[in-house]
Ligand binder design. Structure first.
Ligand code: ADP
Ligand code: MG
Length: 473
């Protein structure tokens, strides 16, 4: 008796869906891709409860006639490639014909579409047990797709869905990435009916970048531009002073497709190597345009990775393109950095006195301890300051002491920051003084949503903020 069976279609689709649809944001991304491929000029995304309850994408693209609408949920149903030859010159975002089939196998879907305003439109409904129903709909040019109860029939996957705010932040990221890659298309995103992203058609990437991220954030970036051997690189990279603790805000688009690409990332880091500290990260939004024939996009089911024909060339162009920018921009040293540098020089001079031995250092320190005064009032908190009293001052920036067989040097500024940090953690003795005039800060949509969701927590830490709308607080 044979043990092997051919899996039923429904199960095959569910397995495929596992690769394509990871979370609500993957649905948003696939639907936006379809709208872009359909030539939409305006795309609206509405979600409820982080997309777990509802995702709706409305476009004004070319729409579908009844035949296409009936077919589009079938596996491997696509209008974008017709032959093997096409596969190696992909110019559309979709081509695998898998997204709608996958979405239909793990959620309840309603699609309403019409290729024009005459005749009748079509409504396709995929309900429980992936039953399909087709009925008439009003002829409104374009397509609207509604997804309800994602993973309702795959409890194992539903369990992996994260909190509403986490799922929402992934959705914001998907929409923002698409909006960056297609500046001329208008995008709107609402969550539980509140507006999160709203950008009208822009003339350039730069305009779109400022629309999406706001002046405060966007002005920390320099424009990158380089073209060589048919490869075009453009976008934005952060100035050396604007570094981050994590790899957030690192986006790479290959032929408008957002991807993760180790070659490009490595090239960027190599360009920044000498200008930023080792444990800090640059932020960048980089676009590469390459002949579709020299990049393979069919290497990842969710199309998140690509393979280059010549990665050395890409590496060189990216690294050079960024170096050009970093080395032509004057470093805008803050006042603090300048004074700190001056203090450092001073501290070094103090140590130029050529101490011969540890013993000598100890004696010098001990005698110095008798003569040095206290700290500026209020600089260190009361518990630490008395303990620091016996320390030896080196210039303005450092204090030193002998510990066991070693020498301990404390950076006063860093220590001060640490004390503030500990105070914040313990939330004790936090003195809050209201600003005479509030400061208005414009934020990227994702940070805005995180901040609005944590208003109470921030208030506990002494930061009181109000919603000014349009991503500003
Ligand atoms: P793919 O995008 O890889 O072709 P999909 O499953 O995402 O596969 O979509 C299947 C087909 O349905 C597309 O090739 C396209 O012809 C049609 N389609 C899907 N969404 C839209 C839309 N918003 N507007 C017009 N046609 C669409
Ligand atoms: Mg698609």
């Amino acid at each position: 008796m044979s043990d092997i069976i051919i899996l039923p279609e429904i199960l095959i689709n569910k397995i495929a869906a596992g690769e394509v649809i990871e979370r609500p944001a993957s649905v948003v991304r696939e639907l936006i891709d379809n709208s872009i491929d359909a030539g939409a000029r305006s795309i609206t995304v509405d979600v409820l409860n982080g997309g777990k309850k509802l995702i709706r994408v409305i476009d004004d693209g070319c729409g579908m006639d009844r035949d296409d609408a009936s077919l589009c949920f079938e596996r491997h149903a696509t209008s974008k490639i017709k032959s093997e030859d096409n596969l190696f010159h992909i110019t559309t975002l979709g081509f695998r014909g898998e997204a709608l089939a996958s979405i239909g196998s793990v959620s309840k879907v309603t699609l309403v579409t019409s290729p024009g305003t005459s005749g009748t439109g079509t409504k396709v409904e995929i309900g429980t047990n992936t039953q399909k129903g087709i009925t008439d709909a009003p002829p409104v040019t374009g397509t609207t797709v509604e997804i309800r109860d994602i993973f309702y029939n795959t409890p194992a996957r539903r369990k992996f869905l994260k909190s509403t705010s986490t799922e929402l932040s992934h959705i914001i990221e998907s929409v923002t990435q698409k909006a960056l890659a297609y500046p001329h298309i208008s995008f709107s995103l609402t969550h539980n009916r509140g507006e999160i992203v709203h950008v009208t058609s822009a003339q350039s990437l730069k305009e779109r970048f400022f629309q999406l991220y706001g002046d405060d954030f966007a002005s920390e970036f320099s424009e990158v531009k380089r073209e060589e051997r048919g490869i075009k690189l453009y976008g934005f990279c952060s100035v050396p002073e604007f570094t981050r603790a994590t790899r957030s805000y690192q986006f790479v688009f290959i032929n408008t497709r957002p991807v993760k690409n180790p070659t490009v990332s490595h090239a960027v880091y190599s360009a920044y190597r000498d200008v930023i500290e080792k444990e800090r990260h640059p932020a960048f939004f980089l676009f590469l345009e390459i002949d579709p024939g020299s990049v393979d996009v069919n290497v990842h089911p969710a199309k998140r990775e690509v393979r280059f024909e010549s990665s050395e060339e890409v590496h060189r162009i990216v690294s050079q393109g960024i170096k050009d920018v970093l080395h032509t921009q004057p470093r805008k040293d803050s006042e603090y950095e300048q004074s700190r540098e001056a203090v450092g020089v001073e501290a070094e001079r103090t140590w130029q006195n050529d101490y011969q031995s540890t013993q000598e250092v100890r004696e010098t320190l001990e005698s110095a301890i008798q003569t040095t005064g206290g700290f500026e009032k209020g600089f260190f908190n009361d518990t630490i300051a008395p303990a620091l009293h016996k320390y030896f001052h080196i210039g303005e920036a450092f204090v030193a002491d002998i510990t066991g067989n070693g020498l301990m040097i404390v950076d006063r500024h860093a220590a001060h920051e640490r004390i503030l940090y500990e105070k914040l953690l313990s939330k004790t003795r936090l003195e809050v003084e209201n600003l005479l005039l509030p400061i208005r800060v414009e934020l990227p949509a994702k940070e805005y949503s995180v901040i609005m969701n944590n208003k109470k927590l921030l208030k506990d830490f002494g930061i009181d903020l109000d919603d000014f709308g349009a991503n500003s607080v």
